[in-house]
Design a protein around this ligand. Structure first.
Ligand code: GLU
Length: 487
């Protein structure tokens, strides 16, 4: 029975790297069947930077991707509260225990003193560290200073000359010299809040976490956390540090490389299942050749031990390829629903039209669905279906309209449409053959002028479907518009 947790800090929109951590936790939990538990813990001890809005975004993004959790702030569970800012009393108990056992102490050093220490030790030792000055204070002195109201932190003693060793599920054996850990570590800040390393250990222990799965950027925290586990004589969970995601230039994925927040992808019209599929492939690969897998298939195959050590590169082309695939596969009604906000924003339709013309919108979406990489791309693809008074897109289109025989051809097309009993599938599929017979024009010479006359463009979607979508009146409007202005 494994228990894993995703422990984000609500200090900003969720980064791609963090959401991949959430996903790996989730996949690990689910791959163990129904016995495992996924915990969502909100690490909001940075009061200045944390916000309820960002916390809300965490729920929103996870839910969007279909990453479910069993215990968490809005879900309850036997280990509540799941928000660290509500656990301060719990932390107090454990600072006190360490102080009583002589493993932690109050520190009254001022920022200036600490800065000076850092500089001095940086010259002597290989890494800068706290001098340990306040270790020497007696209990009585410390109490005296506290009474005076001096700002105080609490530090945990880290003795030099120790080697911390652990076996990371992903990285293998790691050995770290305690001399490199910066000296005695602050576990409670002067504002009374715990530091991340402290609260994470207390909570992981009390919440009976068996597997700590997180990003490689936390690898340097792990030895400090292990020393805390040792001090409390607590069992140490398994650690798995997933490698950092890089940009194409092999530096840490950042804004320079494009979108880094999961919400940005959601807003641009990436589908949740595409995103989930792609994120799973960052540092993990399924058996066999097939990379397009749904959530259940990924869960079935996922093994934490199979997470690779190499840093994955975020490859937008691959994500786009995966997204285009899922858009193609999706129900047109769903893509239409997702497309509506983009169409409204672009001013192509009103909110009311979006309701009233849903059937027409679906027909339109179906025409372009296979060519979409992101749902937001739809506005460019379908703009031709909205304005009957268009200008031909370029010189090439104009030249097509000016071509010999175009006027006659379009006149014939117009009158066929006018005379048709119905502009339905039968008519639209037959009209080109009929025109060919009547005029002797065929192939490109036939299709191109018609395409430009009804869409303004030389290339575009299927003409039969376009005819059906536009319908009699609008087809005639367009042909007349072109005849009057461009032919
Ligand atoms: N709050 C930490 C973060 O968001 C959690 C790290 C951990 O999983 O221990 O990076």
């Amino acid at each position: 029975m494994a228990r894993a947790r995703f422990a984000p800090s609500p200090t900003g929109p969720i980064h791609i790297g963090n959401i991949r951590t959430a996903l790996f936790n989730y996949l690990f939990v689910k791959s163990g069947g129904n016995y495992n538990t996924m915990i969502l813990r909100i690490e909001d001890t940075d009061l200045q930077r944390s916000s309820a809005d960002y916390e809300g975004l965490i729920y929103e993004e996870l839910s969007w991707l279909g990453i479910e959790w069993d215990e968490g702030p809005n879900r309850g569970g036997d280990y509540k509260p799941y928000r660290q800012s509500e656990r301060l009393d719990i932390y107090n108990k454990y600072y006190n225990r360490l102080i009583e056992e002589g493993k932690a102490y109050y520190c009254f050093c001022t920022p200036e003193e600490l800065e000076r220490d850092k500089k001095q030790t940086a010259c002597q030792a290989s890494s800068p560290r706290y001098s340990g000055r306040c270790r020497a204070l007696t209990d009585a002195q410390a109490q005296e200073y506290l009474k005076e109201g001096r700002p105080a932190t609490i530090r945990f003693k880290i003795d030099p000359g120790r080697t911390v060793v652990f076996d990371d599920v992903v990285k293998g054996r790691i050995e770290i010299d305690s001399d490199t850990l910066g000296g005695d570590m602050v576990i409670r800040k002067s504002d009374g809040m715990p530091t991340y390393n402290f609260s994470a250990v207390i909570d992981d222990h009390l919440m009976e976490i068996t597997h700590v799965i997180r990003g490689e950027d936390h690898l340097s925290n792990t030895p400090k956390q292990i020393l805390l586990y040792d001090a409390f004589k607590w069992e140490i969970p398994a650690f798995a540090h997933a490698p950092l995601i890089l940009g194409p230039d092999r530096t840490k994925l950042s804004k320079r490389h494009g979108n880094t927040y999961i919400g940005q992808y959601r807003q641009e019209g990436y589908l949740a299942e595409a995103m989930l599929n792609y994120l799973a492939l960052l540092s993990w690969a399924p058996e066999g050749e097939r990379e397009l897998l749904n959530k259940e298939e990924i869960i079935e195959q996922f093994k934490l031990e199979k997470v690779t050590r190499a840093n994955p590169v975020f490859d937008i082309d691959k994500l786009n390829w995966i997204n285009a695939h899922y858009i193609k596969e999706a129900e047109t009604a769903r893509i239409t629903e997702l497309a509506v906000p983009y169409l409204i924003k672009k001013g192509l339709i009103s909110r009311q039209e979006a309701e009233e013309k849903r059937e027409w919108l679906e027909l339109m979406t179906a025409i372009v669905q296979d060519s979409l990489v992101r749902v937001s791309d739809i506005t460019d693809r379908v703009s031709i279906f909205f304005n009957d008074q268009f200008t031909p897109e370029n010189e090439e289109a104009l030249q097509v309209l000016k071509g010999e025989g175009t006027a006659g051809l379009l006149e014939k097309l117009k009158s066929a449409i006018e005379k048709a009993k119905q502009v339905d599938l039968e008519f639209c599929s037959g009209i080109f053959k009929a025109l060919q017979k009547e005029t002797g024009i065929k192939g490109k010479q036939l299709y191109m002028p018609i395409r430009v006359a009804v869409t303004g463009q030389c290339h575009g979607p299927d003409l039969v479907k376009t005819f059906l979508l536009l319908g009699r009146e609008r087809l005639i409007n367009r042909i007349e518009h072109v005849l009057n202005n461009y032919v």
